[in-house]
Write a protein that binds this ligand. Sequence first.
Ligand code: GDP
Length: 214
Amino acid sequence: MSNLSENGDKNKIKSLKLMLVGEAAVGKSSIMYRYTQNTFTYSMLGTAGIDFKKKDVVVDDTKIKIVLFDTAGHDRFRKIIKNHCRGANGIVIVYDVSEESSIEKLSNWMTDIQENADKDVELLLLGNKVDIAERKISEEQSKELSQRLNIPMLETSAKTGFNIEEAFDLIINNILKKEKFETEKTTENRETPVIQQKIVTKKKKEEGCQCLIF
Ligand code: GDP
């Protein structure tokens, strides 16, 4: 996936809303800044409720305007986050591999998403801070988590930039694949009655009926 400034067909524009959720201090804001501005700082100010940044990318000649929402992990902001889940095309659930407690409340996030997000929302799990040597959550545990929740997973580091671009490429491509599949399904469903109609009218004509063939 390339940056919009590099190339792109100016005629096609699409907009996707992505969200980062997860416990406080797992690295959501850092991931947002690494992805949108390629920067990292240890002294991040906590997110007050919700923040967002934009980034334009090009996929298969289509301009995609990414609006990436960063949310606060504290319980007091939960209502705002739930409201923002609606209309999101993709939600990235972040945990910290150096902090065991960061996966304890994953089921709460899953419940919030299931109750508030659109049914076809694309999900992605990110085990962040893999640059830290003293891990508390192994890659094996992350894979098990991914299988149990049936959500793709990647390990990342907002600090080094490891897998950050890849993570967003993955979720954006999965959203676009799903949309393409849905469009093809809708088109097929729309075409079926027409084809059947043609067969029926043709048959009737053969039987001597004065019906029109469409
Ligand atoms: P948020 O509350 O989930 O948005 O977390 P922040 O992005 O504010 O990050 C919390 C702390 O973790 C900050 O001090 C960050 O600099 C640090 N941090 C975030 N991502 C990483 C990472 O990948 N590796 C390391 N070592 N520290 C990180």
